[in-house]
Ligand binder design. Structure first.
Ligand SMILES: *Cc1c(COP(=O)(O)O)cnc(C)c1O
Length: 391
């Protein structure tokens, strides 16, 4: 059975062009970029070339890009690095209640060490309120960290407006752009972004490599100490093949951005329409149009998400559920609860995320299988029987 992949928000396959660029750096060009002989110099050049391509994708200067071990490290660095660097100025951080755990758990950690964190609520679409944000700022606030686009429900925040508020109040603005990059326009200058986290494996690059954009002049401490790599800001021998792959992935994303957004939006809207046309008692989670072009998140009433995922898996469809079972708990996702879903509805949620290799026939296949599965599962639900019986 052919596998139909609907989980591009979790990770993406490495583009074969990306892989081909990476391969020589595992053996032929294996030199340490810090060495003086030519092997090392070639690696160094390859790194700088990648840095330039990544900077171009977000309208930054190459010197403002610092490589990390992925999106998680970038988030940790931005938040802890700013907190430590500015601890004499203030101890207050503002974030949102729907951030990725890399941000939320970094904030929780800082709370144990004397920092105060405000978690802004979101409305039913997953948007923060700019008025709330303004009213929470005080003279001890040192950082605003609000994600660009949510990984579960796809909602895109008003980033430019948040950047403006941060700038007017002289507060640093970090945004987790891991889901946004390659899927929407990111312009760090126009949007007043001071720090931006990005990762390669969500844009057809390899896993375990990411970057933090740090605007020139920003005060931030390193959190990984050691050698003088990355202009003394992030120690450790560079992941040269990973960096080269990230650079190539960024270049491809840049060259295809408009087409990618258009193609994904068309497929996504077909998918949403198909689900609403064929299945009753469904709710679309996230913003109706301010959302990632590849994200669909639907709650199916009278359905248990894990059972749905297993049934989909049996017909070769890979999706993701709204409950955080990966974390070993049965609690529904903090994001779905934050947009106001009940535990019950949140448990019946399905995230389907599409990407550049998704074909129209994949959507057709999903739309053929999903209604059958929902019908079968609901037929086992006494609650559903009762509701249907009452119609
Ligand atoms: C995937 C993801 C991360 C983590 O990135 P890794 O490179 O997997 O560590 C952080 N934030 C968001 C929004 C993500 O989707």
């Amino acid at each position: 059975m052919e596998r139909k992949y609907f989980d591009y928000s979790a990770t993406t396959p490495v583009d074969s062009e990306v892989l081909n660029e990476m391969l020589p750096y595992f053996n032929n060009d294996f030199g340490n970029p810090s060495s003086v002989y030519s092997y090392g110099r070639d690696s160094k050049k390859a790194i700088e070339n990648a840095r330039y391509k990544i900077a171009k994708l977000i309208n930054a200067d190459a010197r403002e890009i610092f490589f990390t071990g992925g999106g998680t490290e970038s988030d940790n660095w931005a938040i802890k690095g700013i907190a430590i660097a500015l601890k004499n100025k203030g101890n207050h951080i503002i974030t949102s209640s729907i951030e990725h755990h890399a941000v939320l758990h970094s904030c929780k950690y800082l709370e144990k060490h004397g920092f105060r964190v405000t978690y802004l609520p979101v409305d039913k679409y997953g948007l923060i309120s700019l008025e709330d944000l303004k009213s929470e700022i005080n003279d001890r606030t040192i950082l605003i960290t609000i994600m660009f686009a949510n990984n579960e429900i796809g909602t895109i925040q008003p980033i430019k407006e948040i950047g403006k508020i941060a700038k007017e109040n002289n507060i640093y603005f970090h945004t987790d752009g891991v889901q946004a990059i390659g899927n929407t326009v990111i312009d760090v200058k126009d949007m007043n972004i001071d720090l931006l986290s990005i990762s390669a494996h969500k844009i057809y690059g390899p896993k375990g490599i990411g970057a933090l954009y740090i605007k020139k002049g920003i005060k931030i401490d390193p959190i990984i100490h050691g050698g003088a790599q990355e202009r003394k800001k992030r120690a450790g021998t560079e992941n040269v093949p990973g960096i080269v792959g990230f650079g190539k992935a960024a270049e491809i994303a840049y060259n295809n951005l408009d087409k990618n957004i258009q193609d994904l939006t068309n497929l996504r809207d077909k998918l949403i329409k198909g689900i609403f046309d064929n299945i009753d008692y469904v709710i679309l989670n996230g913003h109706p149009h301010n959302r990632l072009p590849g994200n669909v998140n639907i709650s199916f009433q009278f359905i248990e998400g894990e059972a749905l995922l297993l049934s989909l898996d049996m017909v070769g469809i890979c999706g993701s559920s709204g409950s955080a079972c990966t974390s070993g708990t049965l609690d529904p996702s903090h994001v779905l609860l934050a947009i106001g879903l009940s535990h019950e509805i949140a448990h019946g949620s399905l995230r389907l995320s599409i990407g550049k290799y998704t074909k129209e026939e994949d959507i057709d296949y999903l739309l053929q299988e999903l209604p059958k599965i929902i019908k079968r599962l609901r037929n086992m639900s006494p609650l559903y029987e009762k509701v249907k019986g009452g119609e």
